[in-house]
Ligand binder design. Structure first.
Ligand code: HEC
Length: 113
């Protein structure tokens, strides 16, 4: 998994494709430029502690999850948010395709260096 050239790139992740998917399925609730919407902003989310954006009202479940958003945890959460963090408040069924998740994570990682 360690790629020397692009430290944040996920094995199958394509950031450009990920941006399109993000715009289609995440953007209604999430901003990547530091503004909270229905969901917390995702600027710098890769490597961030879950539930840590100042000023955003998280669920108790998210705040007490103890999760750090590395690639592996993002992949599990985005595949099935309710399964990974029961009772969290993100009203999103999940991205079922692994390559779509990898691409979205690669896109998010661009804002997280
Ligand atoms: C319907 C609105 C909605 C959609 C669509 C949505 N989210 Fe969320 N998301 C939320 C909310 C609300 C939370 C906070 C949940 C909580 O506090 O329990 C959240 C939390 C998160 C978190 C945790 C952030 C943190 O600071 O701990 C990540 C990561 C995330 N969403 C990524 C995504 C991605 C990527 C997509 C698209 C594939 C997406 N979300 C789609 C509403 C949404």
């Amino acid at each position: 998994m360690a790629l020397a050239i692009a430290p944040h790139a996920n094995a199958a992740g394509d950031a450009a494709a990920g941006e399109k998917i993000f715009n289609r399925v995440c953007k209604a609730c999430h901003d990547v430029a530091g503004k909270n919407k229905v969901g917390p902003h995702l600027d710098g989310v890769v490597g961030r502690q879950a539930g840590s954006v100042e000023g955003f009202k998280y669920s108790e479940a998210m705040k007490s999850s103890g999760v750090t958003w590395d690639d592996a945890n993002l992949d599990k959460y985005l595949a099935n948010p309710r399964d990974f963090i029961p009772k969290n408040r993100m009203a999103f069924a999940g991205l079922k395709k692994e390559d779509e998740r990898a691409s979205v994570i690669a896109f998010l990682a661009q804002g997280s260096s």
